[in-house]
Design a protein around this ligand. Structure first.
Ligand SMILES: [Fe+2]
Length: 202
């Protein structure tokens, strides 16, 4: 059996324990290196691209969560024409495209947050992220409202790292057509290939 890339759990933990700014910086460097790693590409990314053929929606192909919730690496697969809702996270997050490209739209709130299910959004930027572009970073909650998708023709795969959660919920989903925000319900099908369990579990 060929040797496959094994992310350093100690390194992920060390990053997750840093203050947010250096954590984001070092997580971005970690993921950019991982996304470029030839062994990781061959062992995981290429099989995922093949596996994604015929998939109609984006999905989390691989995920790991530290027992104490301090860090969570994930791999997302984005078939052509798929994308998330507008959402935020209860932790900082960093992601880097490992194949193809994704389009990220970033939003800010301009309501005062005084109504629990009400949020008015304005779009502040959108950027394409491909492997050469390095990693995108989000802060928790209102400071990281975004939508990620793949309007292109080729399947994209991205590697993500999320830090410690600052809230009970996973994050929030936004519906700007009615200025609405609500806590996100965890769930949905997850496919966890066996080889990725080897890559990410202790
Ligand atoms: Fe996100």
């Amino acid at each position: 059996m060929e040797t496959i890339y094994t992310p350093d759990q100690n390194e992920l933990r060390r990053i997750s324990e840093l203050p947010t700014e250096p954590a984001l910086r070092q997580a971005a460097a970690f993921l950019a290196d991982l996304a470029r790693d030839r062994t990781f590409q061959v062992a995981l990314i290429l099989p995922l691209i093949q596996e994604a053929e015929g998939e109609k929606d984006w999905y989390v192909a691989c995920r790991y969560q530290a027992e104490d919730g301090a860090f969570s690496p994930k791999v997302f697969v984005w078939p052509s024409g798929t994308g998330t809702r507008i959402h935020d996270h209860s932790s900082w997050g960093v992601y880097c495209c490992a194949s193809g490209a994704v389009l990220e739209e970033r939003y800010e709130r301009f309501d005062d947050g005084s109504h629990s299910d009400h949020a008015r959004l304005k779009k502040v930027w959108q950027l394409w992220w491909s492997p050469e572009d390095g990693a995108s970073t989000v802060l928790p909650a209102d400071d990281g409202i975004h939508r990620v998708g793949n309007p292109g023709d080729e399947t994209a795969v991205s590697v993500h790292l999320y830090g410690p959660s600052v809230s009970e919920v996973d994050g929030r989903d936004y519906d700007p057509s009615r200025d609405h925000v609500c806590d996100r319900q965890e769930g949905g099908e997850e496919k966890v290939p066996d080889q990725f369990k080897d890559l990410l579990e202790d």
